[in-house]
Design a protein around this ligand. Structure first.
Ligand code: FAD
Length: 317
């Protein structure tokens, strides 16, 4: 129960850190509240990564996919293979609830206590969706995670959001037989971040009216069979079966603050850390992966944060 390093989060970057620990002959444990690569597991079933498979490789394990950009199931299989081939020590379905600094760090989880000299936080950002904060949001018909289009066949679907997830969901539900797809976008246009090869498709569907759209608009209330909108042309009520709120996700700042990790006063609440070592303001606690960007959740991704593990372990050495 005593380790040199405890890694919180078994996403691709947490796994990278465990591999570095192993390479450096340090004892380690990874703990994750969900399954292996839990965030990836919760991505839409038919998604394709925007990175080519070589850019998602970790631990010198080759990643060969059918096409240059892998699918979700190929990525899940790949990370399972990485963990098996490195024989990594991981406790799954165990949530880290607190970390207390004593002589070592005392790690409290939903299942027990551990002690480690150093801690790496690689908890990502995918566990906490931005809420719409409107009446009716807790109805079963409101989804903050989208899996696949089948449940929405023949249904009237409202997709909230203007970025990649919202666009992908609107196009997929439209193509797989949703009766009506309406995009509700609070901004005057789609996000600039929408993939350049997808943007013309959705723009053309909106233009021809196959996908309905309300720009500069918000949902104000959700009922079982309808939603209320505030639009530039006044308030509207439209028939609706499902609300797919693709409004993004945010890191668990409450958890970071509980550990004493300070957040920057910039717009992104960037957790304080030294980019040359990845150490936070708490000596011995490091950050790795997408969590390093705070609310700027598109700053770090697998491709460009794989190196965090090497930076941390060269500092630990
Ligand atoms: C649809 C989509 C497509 C993407 N495509 C790409 C791509 O093509 N290329 C690319 O490089 N990136 C891509 N990304 C981004 C990439 O998936 C993330 O940046 C990446 O998962 C970050 O890895 P991570 O290890 O930092 O965090 P995550 O993968 O989010 O892992 C964090 C882990 O921490 C666990 N956790 C959280 N809190 C606790 C706790 N208190 N106790 C225990 N465990 C906890 C979670 O369960 C989770 O398993 C995509 C993202 C999305 C949403």
């Amino acid at each position: 129960m005593n380790f040199d390093v405890c890694i919180i989060g078994a996403g691709p970057i947490g796994i990278c850190c465990a591999i570095e620990a192993k390479k450096n002959n340090l004892s380690y444990l990874i703990i994750d509240r969900g399954c292996l690569v839990n965030s990836l597991y919760n991505y839409p079933k038919n998604m394709t990564f925007f990175s080519t498979s070589d850019k998602l490789e970790i631990g010198d394990v080759p990643f060969i996919s059918h096409n240059s950009k892998p699918t979700k199931s190929e990525a899940l299989e790949y990370y399972r293979r990485v963990v098996s081939s490195w024989d990594l020590k991981i406790n799954l379905y165990e949530e880290v609830t607190n970390i207390i600094k004593e002589e070592n760090f005392e790690i409290k989880t939903s299942k027990g206590d551990y002690s480690a000299k150093k801690v790496i936080i690689s908890t990502g950002f995918y566990d906490i969706p931005y809420k719409l904060e409107v009446p009716g949001e807790d109805l079963e018909k409101v989804k903050h995670y989208y899996d696949e289009p089948h449940p929405y066949f023949g249904m009237k679907v409202a997709v909230v959001g203007a970025a990649n997830s919202a666009v992908d969901v609107a196009l997929e539900t439209y193509r797989k037989g949703a009766k009506e797809v309406t995009m509700i976008i609070r901004e005057p246009s789609l996000s600039d971040s929408v993939k350049y090869w997808v943007k013309p498709d959705v723009e053309n569907r909106i233009e021809e009216g196959s996908i309905k759209s309300y720009f500069n608009s918000n949902i104000t209330k959700i009922e079982e069979d309808k939603i209320h909108l505030s639009t530039p042309d006044g308030d509207k009520v439209i028939d609706n079966d499902f609300v797919l709120a693709m409004t993004g996700y945010q890191p668990d700042f409450t958890f970071l603050k509980k550990l004493g990790i300070q957040l920057g006063d910039d717009d992104n609440k960037t957790p304080i850390h030294n980019p040359e070592t990845m150490e936070t303001n708490i000596e011995g606690i490091y950050l790795a992966g997408v969590i390093c960007g705070g609310l700027k959740t598109n700053k770090w991704f697998i491709e460009n944060s794989r190196d965090h593990a090497k930076i941390i372990f060269s500092h630990l050495k």
